[in-house]
Each structure stands twice: as C-alpha cells, then as structure tokens.
Design a protein around this ligand. Sequence first.
Ligand code: PMP
Length: 402
Amino acid sequence: MTVIEPAPHHASGALPPLAARTQVVGGSPVRDILAVTARPEVINFAGGLPAPELFDREGIAAAFRDVLAETPERALQYSTTEGEPSLRAGLAARFSARGLPTDADDLLVTTGSQQGLSLLATALLEPGDTVLVEDPCYLAALQAFGLAGARVVAVPSDADGVDPQALEELVLRERPKLFYTVPTFQNPTGRTLPAERRAAVARAAARRGVWIVEDDPYGELRYEGERVPWIAAYPGAEDRTVLLGSFSKVMAPGIRLGWLRAPAELRRACAVAKQAADLHTPTLNQLAAARCLPGLDAHVARIRDVYRERRDAMLAGLAGALPEGSSWNRPQGGMFLWARLPESYDTTALLADVVRHEVAYVPGAPFYAGQPDRSTLRLCFVTQTPQEIAEGLRRLAQGLRS
Ligand code: PMP
C-alpha cells in the first residue's frame, strides 16, 4: 500500500496558497494613485476619467425609464451571453457605416472592453504563451495577459506607434499567439498608427500567422485630421483581427458596456469564457444603451468640441509647466498626451512631491513591457476645464521645481 504524504499545509492546517499568477501581477499603480488623488482639492491629470458634466444624464435616464416602463419583463430578466439583439444590430450598423461590414452575429457584447481582454486571454492563451505588445502599452491589458500566465514581449515602437518590420521579426522569433495594440489615440501615449503601418501590420499577420487584438475605445474622439481605417479592414487582417470597442469614453463608463468583433470560432470560445465569467452583461444596461445609439453621434460631436478645447488648453500651458528640455506630443484625439522630461528626471520618484502640490500625473514607467523610460509621464486632458487645466499646470511646475 502506498502512503500518500499530505502536503505540508494540509498537515498543519494552514491554508493552501493563492495561485502563483496572483504573485506575478500586482495591482495597477494608476489605481493606487487614483486613491491618493480622490481628494477634491487635487487636480487629477492621472485618471482616464471622461468629463462627468458631459454625461448625457437626461438622455440616459430617459432610456432607462422607457425600457423599464415598456419592456420590464425583458429588461429585468436573464439574457443571452452574446448580447441583446437590438444593441448588437445597432452596433453592427455603426461598424458597417464606417466601412467595416459587420453583422449583429459577428459581435459579442461584453461588460466593458476590459472584459473582452480577459475573455481573449482565456480563449487564446496557455500559461507560458507569448503575447506581443506595443511599448509603452495599456496597463490593464498587461494585467489581463499576465494573469493568464503569458510572457509579454514589447515590440519596438516610436512616436507613430509600433514598427511593423520589428513586429514581423518578433513574430518569427518569439512565436506569439497574439499582438495587442491600441492603434488610435493610444493609452497611454495618445499616438495614432498611420495607414501605411496598419496595412503593413495586417500583411505581417497574414504572412506569419498571429492574431491581432485591436483595442479601440478612443477612435470616435477625433479633434482634427482624417479618420484612419481599423486594422481589421486591411487586406490580410480580416480573418485574424479581434476588434474591441466600448461606450465608456463616448457614453459613460459606469454602464460597463463594450463589445468584441471577432471571427466565428474565436468569438464562440469567448462566449463560453463569458458564460463562466458573468453569464451575460446586464440586460437593462444593454437595452437602455441601444435606445441611446441613434443620438450617440450628436452627443459625441458635443464632447469632441469640449475635449478639443481642453487638449488645446493643456498644449498651450505645457511649455511653461515642464522643465526646459522636455518634449511632448500633440494627439489628434483621445484623452491623453505623453511627455518626456529631461533624462535626469524620474517621474515615479517625483510623483509624491508633485501630489503635495495637489496635482497628479501617471508616471510612464509602469506602461513599459520592455525597458522603461523613467522620464516619461501621461497626462489626461479631458477631465478638467481649461481654467482648471491652467491651474493644474501651474501646480505641476511648482511640484517639479521643488
Ligand atoms: N482598453 C483601453 C486602451 C483603455 O484605455 C480602457 C479604459 N481605460 C479599456 C480598454 C477598458 O475600458 P472599458 O472596460 O471601460 O470599456
């Protein structure tokens, strides 16, 4: 008879340990800073918060009221995992009108686009699989891939985004499952991948066999310049691109609504992962959002006008706020801009001093999957009025001088 030794913790009655992946992935440093800056006195350029005074409170309230008055049994009931037909049809029509032919069945509604990232990680990644990301990269995507046990490798990127040739070489060398990118008004940098590079990324993915995850929560917030087509629309990318979208930046993040447009087999795998995660996204929110869709373009046009002014206010004040020798970009849309201070500055080390002056930014270092540039920082320009932005930049100047 074989005697099975109990594991040490079972022998002692101590609790079994948490999964190893919880040790690898820490909490988001952005969220930690948000906690510190919750004090109303702090002018918070750190969070990626849409301007709350621009939420269409009345329109959204009316949509919820009407849905509850007209179809309460449906709105309060369980729904399908794929999502409410009226919402999927409305979203499909928006994609098609923007040059990407889409059926309602091509879409899976998600509880924010963040859930789309988790579902993709579950559907595509084995522990130890490689994921390629642009550098710097959206932080919570790094978390989602890290929690799945992925090895994350940074693709060399510049002010226009990822370098397609470097991407192709890394696909050959690292054999990744997927390449993750925010090609339009990226978080954290605000940069946009030009059309030629999108075409080259699509060609590389077609030649070398890799999934593209194209995350686009900001594309509708364009303040100038011409819209660039989604990577998903370029030849070669059609059958291998997952396009993620969200209402968070154009309607309201609190309703937690996003979507995922993906080829059938992968979409079905994501739907199974979603069954296990939350069965479905709240029915009431989906039905209310579907009612808001016809008015969404007009609402986005209003937001764009206000956000453009705020971007310009921040651009106008930066030269006076950042130390001599700093540089920054001029995003054509979105919510963020990216600044680089002279090399001797470490924005992580400086943050505590700056927050004492009641203003906050996000240090650039945590966004890098590769070698971090410690002199970089992210500023969100949409949350405050131009007057508050000017005051925030005065405080930032003082904080950086001190
Ligand atoms: N992707 C990117 C690039 C983001 O910046 C965000 C929000 N900060 C998300 C996904 C998640 O957005 P949500 O879950 O609210 O749709």
